[in-house]
Design a protein around this ligand. Structure first.
Ligand code: SF4
Length: 428
């Protein structure tokens, strides 16, 4: 039997898809490409924006029309929040929310036996399960899910409804899994979660304690902490990263709004002053650190006057680039009850302007690194006779592929950043 999977959304979803597929492979299934004919299509979905949901619908339609005899399973966040809508799509056989998706193999085996459609989007409110998982982006980099769920309930966010309360495994269990990742040969591990900074909240442990233990696994050369809430990125963690063996000077710190008024409407747990001071602290101890920030354009209250303040604030930050999202209301979120809605065309215009600021910031960051020598982990990707990699501070670089380059794959070398190729956002 063959299985084909398509994943939408975050790195967490990718790690979980890998984990689910490996269960099928252990049971004798064979994985094929999503564009090939398969006996089972799995779509691991995302609900973060209206666009993400549209992509899910398209992927589901692609699967249902690819092979009329195939089983189609829709799992994950969109399946959690919109099971009735998905059940209305012809050809979908199994719908599992986040509480059940790790049991997909059992659901599929039951479906093969009795051919009864299944929909289960129950998310236990107490003691939901936690599954450690990891995925290989390629031979060099691995996304490692160390945490799931969120207790914050920001007013725009549907994720706590889709993934439940914050939870994680113990440090001992997490370190044991990291040793398995190390044994697989991965040199770089990206720690991911929904609200990574709340790691250990259910066990009386902390993210700082985890990072200190992970740093001792010598076979893993590099760690990145993916996204972490500003109020949870403590001075202790920043200082530890600066002095650690393997944690890299690269941070992804959601800002979401550059205005105290809007941050408060969003129920975020920091203000602009706090955020600014945090970034200054990071740059003080790691001057070459890459800092990325998520920001939402067009949330309630972002009038033209307020947006001018947002732009000024973002321009003042020592960030390397932004991930800009255009705000769209998600079902059941608290924002639906708030005043101050912004017209959709204004949201898009704000988004465009923030993207322009981001492009400029990125150019400035790259320019600041020109002429520097940084350590690069080389990947197996070869495009147009070039081999690619990332510096410790997350700059994509390339050099000509030669017969000797094969030996570079999955190793780190010092690399001089001397020629910036703007269109590809890479250094040569
Ligand atoms: S911290 Fe806020 S934005 Fe992030 S997942 Fe939790 S509720 Fe959503």
């Amino acid at each position: 039997m063959t299985i084909a999977a398509h994943t939408l959304g975050c790195k967490l979803n990718f790690a979980e898809t890998s984990d689910i597929i490996s269960r099928f492979i252990n049971a004798g299934w064979q994985q094929v490409d999503f564009n090939d004919t398969a006996d089972l299509y799995v779509i691991n979905t995302c609900t973060v924006t209206a666009i993400a949901e549209k992509k899910c619908r398209n992927a589901i339609r692609q699967a249902t029309s690819a092979n009329p005899d195939a089983i189609v399973a829709v799992i994950g966040c969109f399946a959690q929040n919109a099971p009735t809508e998905i059940a209305g799509i012809q050809g979908v056989d199994i719908i599992l929310g986040n509480g059940q998706k790790h049991h997909l193999l059992e659901y599929v085996e039951r479906f093969i036996a009795d051919r009864h459609n299944v929909s289960n989007s129950e998310l236990p409110s107490t003691n939901p399960e936690f599954h450690l998982a990891f995925s290989h982006a390629d031979r060099t980099r691995t996304f490692f899910k160390i945490q799931d769920g969120c207790d914050y309930f920001c007013t725009y966010c549907a994720i706590p409804f889709a993934r439940g309360r914050s939870r994680s495994a113990t440090i001992d269990e997490t370190v044991a899994m990291a040793r398995k990742i190390a044994a697989s040969g991965a040199k770089e591990v990206v720690l991911t979660g929904v609200n990574t900074g709340t790691f250990g909240i259910n066990n009386g442990e902390t993210l700082l304690q985890l990072t200190q233990q992970l740093d001792k696994i010598e076979e893993i050369e590099r760690y990145r902490i993916s996204s972490i809430e500003p109020n949870l990125l403590t001075n202790d963690i920043v200082d530890f990263v600066a002095s650690s063996r393997a944690f890299l000077p690269h941070f992804h710190i959601p800002l979401q709004a550059g205005s105290d008024k809007i941050l408060s409407l969003m129920h975020r747990r920091y203000n602009t002053d706090f955020y600014h001071r945090l970034l200054e602290k990071i740059k003080h101890v790691m001057p070459d650190a890459c800092i990325a920030a998520d920001i939402m354009a067009g949330f309630n209250g972002e009038t033209e006057d307020e947006f001018e303040k947002v732009k000024q604030f973002v321009e003042s930050l020592p960030i390397s680039y932004l991930h800009v999202f255009t705000f769209s209301e998600r079902p059941n979120t608290a924002v639906l009850k708030l005043d101050g809605r912004i017209a959709v065309h204004q949201r898009r215009e704000h988004s465009r302007q923030l993207q322009a600021i981001s492009d400029l910031k990125k150019q400035q960051f790259y320019k600041s690194q020109q002429g520097r020598s940084r350590r690069v982990l080389w990947e197996s990707t070869v495009k147009e006779n070039m081999i690619y990699g990332f510096t410790d501070n997350y700059i994509r670089v390339r050099q000509p592929f030669t017969p000797q380059s094969k030996q570079l794959v999955n190793t780190t070398t010092e690399f001089l950043l001397n020629h910036f190729i703007a269109s590809d956002e890479v250094f040569e």
